[in-house]
Structures are given as structure tokens and as C-alpha cells.
Design a protein around this ligand. Structure first.
Ligand code: NI
Length: 163
């Protein structure tokens, strides 16, 4: 097990559309173990493969009692609306209000390659959407109006310099 280095905005891998996961083997298991460990150590509730520098459609999550590995994730339904604070480990956890669907259904493959569907609402739904976005090369700041996006990026860069 190992804690991986978290890639940060504007590293290129974060803006790439991930490649599908095709091998459901021991290596994938080890990778997911590392991803969980990296996520917990950074006190996050979700972590996608591009955030540790891998161009792969894969995320792990432990949020509101939903703990899972999602390979090749897709959002198959969205309902309602919620607005709330959101942050990302790749953008220094600088928070911003993002409006997203309130109820979603995720379809993905588990660690063994078996397809499953999982419904979620509120914070867990937000997490599904945020992490699936990462697999599509999209960050939460891409949902923000230009000025607010620039403010988040500036704050992140300022805090990063201080460290
Ligand atoms: Ni994120």
C-alpha cells in the first residue's frame, strides 16, 4: 500500500478524457487500495485516477455511507437540483458553490468487472457527479462562471505558494 502524489490543477492529465478500464486484475486491486489510502490521508470523500496522474476512467469514494470502486462510470439518470459547497483535492480544496442534480443513478463496474447501479442523493450524488466528471477530464471549476472560476484558481495558487 502506498499514498500517491495528488496531481493538481492545471496538470494536463486532469483535463484528459480517461481511457476505459479493461483489466480487472491484481494490479487494479492494488491501485484501488492505494487510491483509498491516498483519499483518506488527504481527508477526501472521493478520488479519481487522473488525480494520481493516471489517464483512466476509475474512481473510489467513501461518502455518506456509500463506499465503492467505480470503473468506467456513467451517470444514467439525474433528477432535481441542489446547490452547495464543493471542493477538490486537485484544487487545494478551495470551496465554491456548484449547482448539480440532487438525485442521480450511477452505472459502473466494480473491482471484479461486474456492472452495478447505485442511486444516491444530495452529497453522495454530488460526489458521483464530481468524480465521474474527473473521468471525463472535467473539474468542478468548469461548472463555475468565468469570474468565480478565476477567483478559485487564484486562491488555490496563492495558498499553494504559501506552503
Ligand atoms: Ni475532485
Amino acid at each position: 500500500m502506498a499514498i500517491r502524489k495528488i496531481t493538481e490543477y492545471p496538470e494536463e492529465v486532469l483535463a484528459k478524457i480517461g481511457k476505459p478500464v479493461t483489466e480487472f486484475d491484481e494490479e487494479l486491486k492494488r491501485l484501488c487500495t492505494d487510491m483509498f489510502e491516498t483519499m483518506y490521508s488527504a481527508e477526501g470523500v472521493g478520488l479519481a485516477a487522473p488525480q494520481i496522474g493516471l489517464n483512466l476512467r476509475l474512481f473510489v469514494m467513501d461518502c455518506e455511507g456509500i463506499k465503492l470502486v467505480a470503473a468506467n462510470p456513467e451517470i444514467v439518470s439525474e433528477e432535481g437540483e441542489q446547490s452547495g459547497q464543493e471542493g477538490c483535492l486537485s484544487v487545494g480544496k478551495v470551496p465554491a458553490v456548484v449547482t448539480r442534480a440532487n438525485k442521480v443513478k450511477l452505472k459502473a463496474q466494480d473491482i471484479k468487472g461486474k456492472w452495478f447501479e447505485q442511486a444516491a442523493e444530495e452529497l453522495a450524488a454530488r460526489c458521483f457527479l464530481h468524480e465521474t466528471d474527473h473521468c471525463d477530464g472535467k473539474l468542478f471549476i468548469d461548472h463555475l462562471p468565468k469570474l468565480r472560476r478565476e477567483m478559485v484558481v487564484k486562491k488555490f495558487q496563492k495558498e499553494k505558494k504559501r506552503k
